[in-house]
Structure formats: structure tokens, C-alpha cells
Design a protein. Structure first.
Length: 119
């Protein structure tokens, strides 16, 4: 009888274990919700427009720098032309004096204007 009692107690114990485990499994809530954050992506048209805007800004900067350097170059050329014009006026005055002066008289020296001096 002891053998049967021992076997019955093992069966009862295993049935209790199975019952408690299955009760927890059945009552457990296995539903899960996931939250995934996906960054917004720009469309190809938007990306193309932004690239075009950056290219145009760089092109405008390049044109602006080029025009500023040309402005400085033109100012230098204008100064040189003014100096050349002053020297030519000086030479023209000297030639007029030479033509007016008799061959025996000495030609007086004409000094150039201060504006024609080189800087």
C-alpha cells in the first residue's frame, strides 16, 4: 500500500505542478506592441532642389569674387592710364615749346604735374 500511496502522491504532485504552470501560461498576456521611430526621408525632388540651391550659391559666390577682383584690376588700369595721359601732356607741352622757340634760344624745362608722379 505504501507503494501505491507513494505513486499516487507523485501523480498528484505532478498534476498540481502541471495545473499551476498551465494556469500561468494561459493567463499570461503575450501581446506586445512595438514602437519604431523611422526618420523622415526627403524625396528625390527635395534632395535635387537642395543640391541645386547649394550649387547656385557657390556659383554666385564665385561670380562675386571674380567681379570684385576685376573691379580692383580696372582701378589699377585706370590709375596707370591717368599717369600715361599726364606724361603725354607733359611731352606735348615740351614739343610745343620746342616748336615755338627759335633754334638759338634754349628751351626751358617744363616740370610734370604732381598728379603724374608715380606712387
Amino acid at each position: 500500500m505504501r507503494k501505491y500511496f507513494f505513486a499516487i502522491s507523485i501523480l498528484a504532485l505532478s498534476a498540481a505542478i502541471v495545473f499551476t504552470v498551465t494556469d500561468d501560461v494561459v493567463s499570461a498576456n503575450y501581446s506586445t506592441s512595438y514602437e519604431v521611430n523611422v526618420p523622415l526621408q526627403k524625396s528625390q525632388q527635395t534632395q535635387t532642389a537642395e543640391v541645386f540651391e547649394r550649387i547656385m550659391e557657390r556659383y554666385q559666390d564665385l561670380i562675386e569674387k571674380s567681379l570684385l577682383s576685376q573691379k580692383d584690376d580696372l582701378a589699377d588700369v585706370a590709375q596707370r592710364l591717368d599717369r600715361i595721359e599726364a606724361k603725354m601732356d607733359h611731352i606735348s607741352k615740351m614739343l610745343e615749346q620746342m616748336q615755338e622757340a627759335p633754334s638759338s634760344k634754349k628751351v626751358k624745362k617744363v616740370t610734370p604735374n604732381k598728379s603724374s608722379d608715380r606712387k
